[in-house]
Write a protein that binds this ligand. Structure first.
Ligand SMILES: [Zn+2]
Length: 332
């Protein structure tokens, strides 16, 4: 409890509060409580990696219910998302829980799908020939699904956003994509959602509802912080807000809370557009100049090319990593 203020000091304090409130209203405009820039419209494409599922027990029921929930949340916000599929993942079931059945389900629900390699290899640790054989195998697995649905776009997203640790592997991947009519599934809003997902899964397995709540609240805060960070980087690089591309994963955290995450983004002025619409912006015609082992956002790649050193990107709080310890490696 704070000590009582003498009457004169209290009067000044009240006056300051009134002046501050008036100033905030003047800045925000009539009928608004937020500064204008907080509500500035911006656009974002939603992309979801590691279909059918990452983390948790990979039963057919779990995969089914995960996609019931993800597709329902996307539909409620009228979103056309892009799901990046790992056709050879061990986390799939028979029949409707198989990778190709889940991909078909997504396309029938109005979404697009992309190639996330057959077994999710890491280009940093695999020679180009083996890596591209894996990507080509995913291409063959997904081709019948794409052709049946008439989806013409061919998207590839490198696992962990590792797009070439050295000039040879980077050029080999780019050449393969050109030859096979692929477009890079770029990401601009990278984030640590997968660490929150690991923590959430662990808390859920223990039925620890207070830890689950804490993780979900932290996840939403982190997502909004990442959106602010990359929107600011866009303004710094382009003097405007380019359409963003958000990376999320097909995990239980999003099955249970994607609806809330999307609503939170919408409250900041976000509207949702398909990936294919986002990349029509001229920013996406810029080359990716980055050669190296890091899984960077494309905004960070373009920043490096311009000699801009972005500030450190938002990270998860240490307590999230502690809750998710031992399980996080399987979530990205
Ligand atoms: Zn992945």
């Amino acid at each position: 409890m704070s000590p009582a203020l003498p009457p004169r000091t209290a009067g000044i304090a009240v006056l300051l509060v009134i002046l501050a409130a008036g100033f905030a209203r003047a800045r925000a405009g009539p009928g608004s409580v937020l500064p204008p820039q907080s509500r500035a419209a911006w656009r974002v494409a939603i992309t979801i990696d590691d279909l059918p599922m990452t983390g948790g027990s990979c039963t057919a029921e779990a995969i089914d219910s995960l996609h019931d929930a993800l597709l329902a949340a996307l539909a409620r916000h009228a979103i056309v998302a892009t799901g990046f599929v790992i056709p050879g993942t061990s986390c799939q079931g028979p029949g409707p829980a198989s990778a190709s059945a889940v991909a078909t389900r997504w396309i029938r629900a109005g979404h697009e799908i992309g190639n996330h390699a057959f077994t999710h290899p890491d280009l940093n640790t695999v020679p180009a020939a083996g890596y591209l054989a894996d990507v080509a195998r995913a291409d063959r697995a997904l081709a019948p699904v794409l052709e049946a649905a008439g989806q013409e776009e061919r998207w590839f997203r490198p696992p962990q956003l590792h797009a070439g640790p050295d000039p040879g592997r980077k050029a080999a991947l780019e050449r393969w994509m050109v030859e096979h009519g692929y477009r890079m599934g770029v990401v601009t809003i990278d984030n640590q959602e997968w660490v929150f997902a690991a923590a959430y899964q662990r808390a859920r397995t223990r039925s620890d509802s207070s830890a689950m709540t804490r993780v979900v609240d932290g996840y939403i805060d982190h997502l909004l912080e990442c959106a602010r960070y990359y929107r600011a980087l866009s303004r710094q690089l382009f003097q405007r807000e380019i359409p963003q591309v958000l990376l999320l994963h097909a995990n239980r955290l999003n099955a249970d809370h994607l609806e809330r995450a999307l609503a939170a983004l919408r409250l900041t002025g976000a509207s949702f557009i398909p990936l294919r619409a986002a990349v029509t912006d001229s920013a996406y015609a810029l080359p990716d100049p980055y050669v190296g082992p890091r899984g960077l956002s494309w905004l960070q790649r373009w920043a490096l090319d311009r000699g801009v050193t972005p500030g450190p990107e938002p990270r998860e709080p240490a307590w999230v990593r502690r809750i998710g310890a031992d399980s996080e490696s399987v979530f990205r």
